[in-house]
Ligand binder design. Structure first.
Ligand SMILES: *Cc1c(COP(=O)(O)O)cnc(C)c1O
Length: 334
């Protein structure tokens, strides 16, 4: 829903560029250095999307026939077309996500394969922070470090899909570095809540990023004058990453307003994602409600199981929140 900010448009128009396939785009290089620094990692790589970032990470950690332990409700398992298996020959081993987006350490340990020629080799654990489907809940630094410790003891690596890691940092009031200190790799989105038009960044060790650069190329993600995009990414890091807490406050206000409408059941809000349910009504399907709201200028997603998802972001103001609540009252009374 977000579009580039005016500052991003200006930065894009003025971006100094070169050929990034040769490592010669100064703006891409600057973004990658900034991202590595922000996340506390040695190196970083600009990729076209979050999906590409996760796939590049998995291809860089795993070989064909290896296995990845990840949450049943994780974006990487549910919404990325099984790219790891389709393109990488990597097997996903999905284990339950708890309602707060975590995976029980015991479930991870139990999913690790023994050394036996019948089994694939377990290589990697993936976490998601914040967890999109699990109410946008942030995973704490302590929990992530604990998973990292167990993973490393078992000879596994840990990747974090941190599409919204800056939302997690804001919600937990910690430096984003703390959330990924012990992890081997992390991706985050410059698009979505940070408003850049395109792009995600993958961070890790220098050696890992060198391998990731090869894998990005084979996936068609080697871009030429990508500085035009990276320029918006730099603005995203400098101006947008630290303001997302405002979106959380608005999501909480929206939750409080919607909770007062009879028949609306609001899930707990931790960040900028708000899920709610509407009591079943034979006259109106969730899709009808979605369409009626859209006509009134309110964009909310109807998801499976009669749940709705609303997100707040830079372009949603306090007045917009009031309007959404008013329109929701009107649509449900229709
Ligand atoms: C959006 C998202 C992605 C994928 O990002 P795209 O840029 O849409 O490919 C990955 N993980 C999570 C948690 C996301 O929300």
């Amino acid at each position: 829903m977000t579009v580039p900010t005016p500052a991003m448009r200006r930065a894009m128009a003025q971006a100094e560029v070169g050929d990034d396939v040769y490592g010669e785009d100064p703006t891409v290089n600057r973004l990658e250095e900034m991202a590595a620094e922000r996340l506390g990692k040695e190196a970083a790589l600009l990729v076209t999307s979050g999906t590409q970032g996760n796939l590049v990470a998995l291809l860089s950690h795993c070989g064909r026939g290896d296995e990845v332990i990840l949450g049943q409700q994780s974006h990487t398992f549910v919404f990325e077309q099984g790219g790891m298996a389709a393109l990488g020959g990597i097997t996903p081993w999905p284990v339950p996500n708890q309602p707060d987006g975590t995976i029980r350490i015991g479930d991870i340990v139990a999913a690790v394969r023994g050394d036996d020629e019948h089994f694939p080799r377990t290589r990697l654990v993936c976490l998601e922070n914040t967890h999109n489907v699990c109410n946008g809940t942030p995973l704490s630094a302590e929990y992530t470090a604990q998973v990292a410790r167990h993973a490393h003891e078992l000879g596994l690596q840990l990747h974090v899909d941190g599409a919204r890691i800056f939302n997690a940092a804001a919600a937990l009031s910690v430096d984003v570095k703390e959330l990924v200190r012990k992890v081997d790799s992390v991706t985050f989105c410059l698009s979505k809540g940070l408003c850049a038009p395109v792009g995600s960044v993958l961070c890790g060790t220098r050696e890992f990023i060198d391998q990731a650069r090869r894998n990005r190329k084979i996936l068609g993600g080697g871009m030429r004058q990508a500085g035009v995009l990276a320029a918006a990414g730099i603005v995203a890091l400098e101006e947008m990453a630290d303001r997302v807490g405002e979106d959380h406050a608005r999501a909480r206000r929206l939750a409080a307003g919607l909770a007062e409408i009879p028949g609306v059941d609001v899930a707990p809000v931790a960040t900028n994602i708000l899920y709610f349910g509407v009591a079943p009504d034979l006259q109106k399907t969730p899709e009808d409600i979605e369409a009626a709201l859209r006509k009134r200028g309110v964009l909310i997603l109807a998801r499976v199981g009669g749940r709705f998802r609303a997100l707040t972001h830079y372009y949603v103001s306090d007045e917009d929140i009031d309007r959404v609540i008013t329109e929701m009252h009107a649509v449900l009374a229709e």
